[in-house]
Design a protein around this ligand. Structure first.
Ligand SMILES: [Zn+2]
Length: 212
């Protein structure tokens, strides 16, 4: 974690690229962000998270236009370089496993794997996704070695990372993954609206994805 200091009377957490932040501190970050009174590095970091979530939404919009779940993902290295992009392809490829996170991880194989030495590379990658990863994607993230996940909208039905980190199974493995849950209410509601409209278009009317 970075260091706290006071800037204009606010507690500001100065983060460095290798720092990982946890969702329990979300309120503090948002308060700092909304106050927008200082140029602390925390603000830069939050804006970066939102910027990459927006890129994931570009993929979600493509998936939507193609006629499948409007969910997208991007994987970013610790220097802010996007190393892969993915989107849901379940109905476009007739593949139940073609979730956005899995799609992005498949495309990042050259970054994740050392094929010469038959090992997983050490990485400091962050996966950004528009929706909280399901159990399949959560386990795929674990097996990929990705260390941080940021998502726009919580999924109370299928979202798995928070539940798996609570244990009791594989708790040591899941302790290697940090997450930031829904850092922006606007982006959370953007995803919820897209999923609600997707459901309505295919004749499913429920209240699961109402705005928060
Ligand atoms: Zn999934």
């Amino acid at each position: 974690m970075g260091l706290f200091s006071k800037v204009d009377g606010l507690n500001v957490l100065h983060l460095f690229p290798q720092d990982r932040i946890v969702s329990q501190m979300r309120e503090r970050y948002l308060r700092v962000l909304q106050c927008n009174k200082n140029k602390g590095r925390i603000i830069v970091m939050i804006k970066d998270h939102l910027k990459f979530l927006e890129l994931a939404f570009e993929e979600a919009t493509l998936a939507e236009s193609e006629g499948t779940y409007p969910i997208g993902a991007v994987i970013v290295d610790n220097e802010g370089k996007v190393v892969s992009r993915g989107r849901n392809r379940v109905f476009t490829q007739e593949d139940c496993t073609a979730h956005a996170e899995v799609d992005a991880i498949r495309k990042a194989g050259h970054i994740l794997l050392d094929t010469t030495n038959k090992r997983f590379k050490k990485n400091d990658l962050t996966l950004y996704t528009t929706c909280e990863p399901c159990p399949m994607c959560t386990c795929t993230i674990l097996l990929s070695g990705i260390k941080q996940v940021v998502w726009a909208a919580d999924d109370d039905e299928y979202g798995a990372i928070r539940r798996m980190k609570e244990g009791p199974h594989f708790i040591n493995q899941f302790n290697t993954i940090n997450y930031i849950a829904s850092p922006s209410l606007d982006l959370e509601n953007k995803q919820r609206k897209m999923l609600k409209e997707w459901n309505i278009r295919r004749g499913i009317v429920n209240t699961e994805w109402e705005a928060k």
